[in-house]
Design a protein around this ligand. Structure first.
Ligand code: ADP
Ligand code: MG
Length: 257
């Protein structure tokens, strides 16, 4: 494998996607939740996934860092198939950062500890070094002044920014965001979206499930529309929002816009 460089051409990206799902199938019992999902995400690309509730968006995200198994098909990160267990799986979870709707911080640990825990345990970084980097990350998302507090002492928007810093501390190759602003009070949505916009500008590879259509239009390189476990269409934000091809997408957009 070559090192990641900025000199990756578009053609190379197409040949060597950072994330690649091929013919992915998943059932929950009788429910066919992912149907022949084929998706490639290039290095530095921002992919936004939208679609009605229950269409399989969260399940799709969860398969990418193997929080969910798949029935058949293939998922690769940087050309490597997903490991099934053990140390390799722990490493994968570090490479694929995930930010959920609920912030999932450790309630009884300080903000600083929340951010340093995994780097110290998984990346074996010495405490002082982990704390230095954590403080830089907390500053980057604008919550460094909160470092010694517990999560419950922070607003939802601040907690979600800590969750992003915590993922970044693992130096992920790709970040998954599953409706990161859906649980937030409206006045806190932008402070989280702003951090995500900055990450996108810094060429982070991102897969974002969101109902924030302003963000999708502004930041997405590509929009994927899912319904009933299928990718029904994908295109640039302008193509998708201005000229949706399917009736399902037109119907969805008419309700949400
Ligand atoms: P979305 O994120 O698009 O709203 P989900 O991926 O959460 O959709 O869910 C897709 C479908 O799978 C829904 O019908 C949901 O009820 C079902 N589902 C999700 N997780 C599970 C699970 N662990 N067990 C059984 N059914 C599930
Ligand atoms: Mg969901």
């Amino acid at each position: 494998m070559t090192e990641n460089t900025d000199a990756v051409t578009a053609a190379e990206t197409a040949d060597h996607p950072l994330v690649e799902l091929s013919h992915v199938e998943k059932h929950f019992g009788e429910l066919h939740v992912l149907k022949d999902i084929n998706l490639k995400v290039g290095k530095g690309e921002v992919l936004v996934i939208i679609g009605p509730s229950g269409s399989g968006k969260s399940t799709l995200c969860r398969t990418i860092n193997r929080l969910e198994s798949i029935d058949s098909g293939d998922i690769r990160i940087d050309g490597q198939p997903l490991p099934q267990e053990g140390k390799e799986l722990t490493k994968l979870r570090a490479e694929v950062g995930m930010v959920f709707q609920s912030f999932n911080l450790f309630a009884h640990k300080t903000i600083l500890d929340n951010v340093t825990l995994a780097p110290r345990k998984v990346r074996k970084i010495p405490k002082a070094e982990a704390e230095k980097e954590a403080m830089e990350l907390l500053a980057r998302v604008g919550v460094d002044s909160q470092a010694n507090k517990l999560p419950a002492q922070l607003s939802g928007g601040q907690q979600q920014r800590v969750a992003i810093a915590r993922s970044l501390a693992m130096h992920p190759k790709v970040m998954l965001f599953d409706e990161p602003t859906s649980a937030l009070d409206p006045e806190m949505i932008n402070e989280v979206l702003d951090v995500m916009v900055d990450l996108a500008k810094e060429d982070m590879t991102m897969i974002v499930v969101t109902h924030e259509m302003g963000f999708a239009r502004q930041v997405a390189d590509r929009v994927v529309f899912m319904a009933d476990g299928e990718i029904l269409e994908q295109g640039t934000p302008d193509e998708f929002f201005s000229h949706p091809k399917t009736e399902r997408a037109r119907d969805f957009l008419s309700k949400i816009l």
